[in-house]
Design a protein around this ligand. Structure first.
Ligand code: HEC
Ligand code: HEC
Ligand code: HEC
Ligand code: HEC
Ligand code: HEC
Length: 341
């Protein structure tokens, strides 16, 4: 199985001193024979060296999307549609750009990617300089244009960060929590999706009644250092509400806060052009989601919630992702009915 190959390669180079092995990377469909070169690939063995001596950090890293950035099934589905070396430059940065089958692609974003500066050898420990936890260190992958540049960036987390009231806090300050213990270190699992606590503190939300049929939810990016959601172009928040109970309950049309795109046919294929962005802005200014019910709801209690989603229904269908199973409620509340006069 292709996905287990990286783990095999690492195990065979690093002897018995490793920390716990992480869950195996998610399986992918295609089978692939293991090339002999795997164990002698210099990148793979250099990284196995880091992992051997820094077992705790390695165990965290192996659970991260960085370590899985090549084997991530959603990435692989998208890459199957657009197999560009452009994609590999971030999702498989240790593989040479002109070698799509290098075993080093399975390292994903590795120890050596962040810690061994260009032109230095991973063999000599003394040559390491930590890639700073500040925006500079993350910018090469978290701020970039579309393959055919347009007005909007494909991802703009670093620019958003610069516009945030939290810009004096480094990326690592929020994304690499201090782990005390015998070997104090910074957490290397870089977990967001799956870290319900971090997601829950990302926005502050409050609700008020509008006209007869409307409720307004105000959201601000209180605990994030960028827009919410940031990162991948399909991430979104869905704001939804119901009024009343049981069979008489009324449901408002949900409001989606996301970047929106139109599709344009070009000689190269389909191209997405960003035409809107109503996400919760980095600046701290509130975004207002106006929910409209089919009938007046002033005399009914209203329950509302804000749900974080990794992608929209169209992409979920394409990638085989069960959206309901992975929805995360990041804020919720109720509004009491207005008293009858
Ligand atoms: C032979 C064991 C060994 C190997 C192999 C090794 N390290 Fe280390 N490393 C250490 C020790 C010991 C320290 C001192 C701090 C500590 O105890 O964690 C250290 C410190 C570090 C630091 C902190 C440096 C600083 O200035 O604060 C980084 C970053 C680091 N290692 C990264 C790596 C990376 C990346 C690799 C693989 C390319 C690697 N290490 C391979 C043993 C090792
Ligand atoms: C996405 C980038 C990234 C990856 C991947 C990464 N690190 Fe780090 N690492 C950092 C940053 C940023 C720091 C904190 C630098 C600072 O603030 O001093 C750090 C800190 C460290 C330190 C110093 C102790 C600490 O935690 O502060 C060690 C040791 C280390 N990393 C080893 C590793 C090893 C081993 C791997 C692979 C298993 C790895 N790192 C993968 C970015 C990364
Ligand atoms: C070499 C490229 C690269 C560098 C450098 C890098 N990242 Fe990433 N990062 C990625 C990729 C690729 C993914 C997503 C992998 C996937 O989902 O397929 C990712 C995912 C993440 C996630 C997970 C988001 C989620 O949805 O859970 C966080 C958080 C993150 N990176 C933060 C950082 C920070 C902070 C730094 C700087 C210290 C950094 N990254 C440096 C490429 C990089
Ligand atoms: C003040 C704390 C804070 C700072 C500073 C911060 N983040 Fe975040 N980050 C968050 C929170 C909270 C979330 C979850 C909400 C969201 O997705 O925006 C998050 C989410 C993310 C995600 C996942 C987006 C997704 O939904 O897939 C990535 C990637 C990321 N941050 C990267 C970065 C990078 C790179 C920097 C620095 C340029 C940075 N963050 C600075 C708090 C912070
Ligand atoms: C400059 C770096 C960079 C390039 C180039 C890049 N990506 Fe990414 N990609 C990222 C980062 C960083 C993330 C994580 C952001 C987040 O978690 O929100 C990501 C996330 C993704 C995701 C979401 C994965 C998930 O689990 O939801 C998909 C799919 C993806 N990339 C596909 C691609 C494809 C296909 C290409 C080439 C057409 C590509 N990427 C090119 C950096 C890059």
């Amino acid at each position: 199985m292709r996905a287990s190959f990286a783990a095999l390669a690492l195990l065979s180079t690093c002897g018995g001193e490793r920390g716990p092995t992480s869950a195996a990377p998610a399986p992918v469909a295609a089978a692939e024979s293991v090339p002999v070169i795997a164990v002698t690939d210099p990148k793979v063995s250099a990284n196995a060296g880091c992992e051997r001596c820094h077992a705790q950090i390695a165990a965290e890293w192996r659970t991260s999307l960085h370590a899985q950035s090549w084997n991530d099934p959603v990435f692989l589905s998208a890459y199957a549609i657009e197999p560009l070396s452009f994609c590999r430059s971030c999702h498989a940065p240790e593989a040479p750009l002109d070698d799509a089958s290098s075993p080093a692609r399975h390292l994903g974003v590795a120890c050596i990617t962040c810690h061994v500066p260009d032109g230095k050898s991973a063999g000599e420990h003394v040559t390491f300089a930590s890639r700073a936890a500040d925006a500079e260190g993350c910018a090469s992958c978290h701020q970039f244009e579309f393959p055919e540049p347009q007005e909007a960036a494909m991802q703009s987390t670093v620019e958003e960060h610069a516009a945030s009231p939290h810009s004096d806090e480094t990326c690592g300050g929020c994304h690499m929590r201090a782990r005390p213990g015998a070997k104090p270190h910074r957490d290397h699992s870089f977990r967001v999706w799956g870290d319900d606590k971090l997601l829950a503190r990302s926005i502050a939300a409050s609700a008020r009644r509008g006209l007869e049929r409307t409720v307004e939810i105000s959201l601000s990016a209180d605990g994030a250092g960028h827009a919410v959601p940031t990162g991948d172009m399909f991430r979104r928040l869905e704001v939804r509400a119901t009024a009343g109970d049981g069979a008489d309950a009324l449901t408002a049309e949900p409001v989606t806060l996301a970047r929106s795109f139109t599709r344009q046919r070009t000689e190269q294929g389909i191209r997405r052009i960003q035409v809107g962005d109503n996400r919760v802005p980095a600046s701290g200014e509130p975004a207002i989601a106006r929910l409209v019910f089919p009938r007046p709801v002033r005399r009914l209690p209203v329950r509302w919630e804000v749900v974080y989603r990794r992608m929209g229904p169209r992409e979920a269908a394409l990638f085989g992702v069960d959206l309901e199973a992975e929805a995360i409620v990041v804020a919720k509340g109720t509004l009491d009915p207005e008293p009858t006069p």
